[in-house]
Design a protein around this ligand. Sequence first.
Ligand code: KIV
Ligand code: ZN
Length: 526
Amino acid sequence: MSETNPQRDPADRVLIFDTTLRDGEQSPGISLNKQEKLEIAHQLARLGVDIIEAGFPITSPGDFESVQAIAREVEGPVICGLARTVKQDIDAVWNAVRDAERSRIHMVIATSDIHIERKLQTTREDVIGQVRAAVAHAREYTEDIEFSLEDGSRSDIEYMAEVIHVALEEGASTINVPDTVGYTMPAEYTAMFEALYRLVPGLRDVNLSVHCHDDLGLAVANSLAGLEAGCRQVECSINGLGERAGNASLEEIVMLLRTREPTVGLWTGIDTTEIARTSRLVSRLSGYAVQPNKAIVGRNAFAHESGIHQDGVLKERKTYEIMDPTSVGLRSNSIVLGKHSGRHALRKALEEMGFEIDGQALNVAFKRFKEIADRKKQVTAMDLEALVTDELREDIVGYSLEWFEVESSSRRSPHAKVGVKLPDGTSVTGSFIGDGPIDAIFQAINAATATAPVLSEFTIGAVTEGQDALGEVSVVVELDGATGAGQGVSTDIIDAAGRAYVRALSVAKARAQAPEAIGLPEAAAG
Ligand code: KIV
Ligand code: ZN
């Protein structure tokens, strides 16, 4: 951990504010349940983030409960929830986060003219009044108050200075100026912060924060520009999840600051060896596959294809590698269990990995472990991690794949039959002759559930290397205007695909039926 280095100046410490569970969860098709959010929050705490934005409690009872559960259970980071400048929102956040060791209320209102006039349909004066009342109200609950000026990068600078002045006067302790629509450029964002420091000298006494979206692929560059201008909090998310093109990716910011620390001079408290594991967990639970060439956490981020590069790396790793893969937790895939390992050994291995599993959950995990161990010689830490995360997905309220049969040969079209459990607990069957085995099982699931989603993404990967590796499938479907993402893991790729498909379908169906539970239209917090 970085904190222990005596050479470092505490004034150069950057706070990592993780918004995977709020902005990230607003990505199309992502729908995490309470258990999954808790699992991610525990992992974020292990990673060492400073603040977890756990959700937007007013948007649904489910979101409120998840934020509350995280506040009650997760130790270490400050737990924060988002609110508009509305009393009910602020009260909901406080009620959800108040039981945390340390809690924060985060409020947002737009400050650009286009947002004020068109979206909020109000005036600059009214916004200032709302800011004053909201911060004063939140201050009755806590001293840890963050205020965000939505669409800050497109707002009039003098007006923003006025808004910030009011927020500070009422007691805000962090001011966040987001590039909500991913429009700014590094030099512009730097100039904006420099101007704000000039116009509001009081900003030097509080935390100034960056929050950037990746619409033009500049989220990380813009975040760095803000940090170089003096901000000491960066809002980011695992795998860069977030509205539209996503937020600045946490792993990229953190590894940028670490790798270029001698030049940039900033540092974080993140345990970087937890990065790869956190990325895999979020990818599996969100159903969003990580692109192979994604910086830091992509499958190929440390792969060397050309002979010249391989030769160079074999002679001296630093010829082509600017980071050590083990520093982000890659290539530490120790073998943990064998075919004859028992329930006790499984439980111990899972405990060492940070999973506390008991009772029925342990029975289910053991059953799946045995299925895998029968087919694989050695079960690794990464296999166990994939298996346990896959089981968590079973809690999704919706369809589940009970059984399947797929017959496939080069001489006849593939035929699939499936048994699917419906949300009301009844079982239905379906069959289909498809173009390929995966197409056949997907269409059989459609027949069983009487749905006709459109498959918009399909990715197959392997959890580890080698012929007996577990297969991992990610699927995104669209149904009645709603998107759903799902992932499945199994030694059998058709099984993994079927699991991923029913999960994606369940999420899309739930979202199509209850759009109001996803967010308030006027909240527009991207
Ligand atoms: O992008 C944005 O402006 C946001 C705010 C809520 C910080 O997400
Ligand atoms: Zn955002």
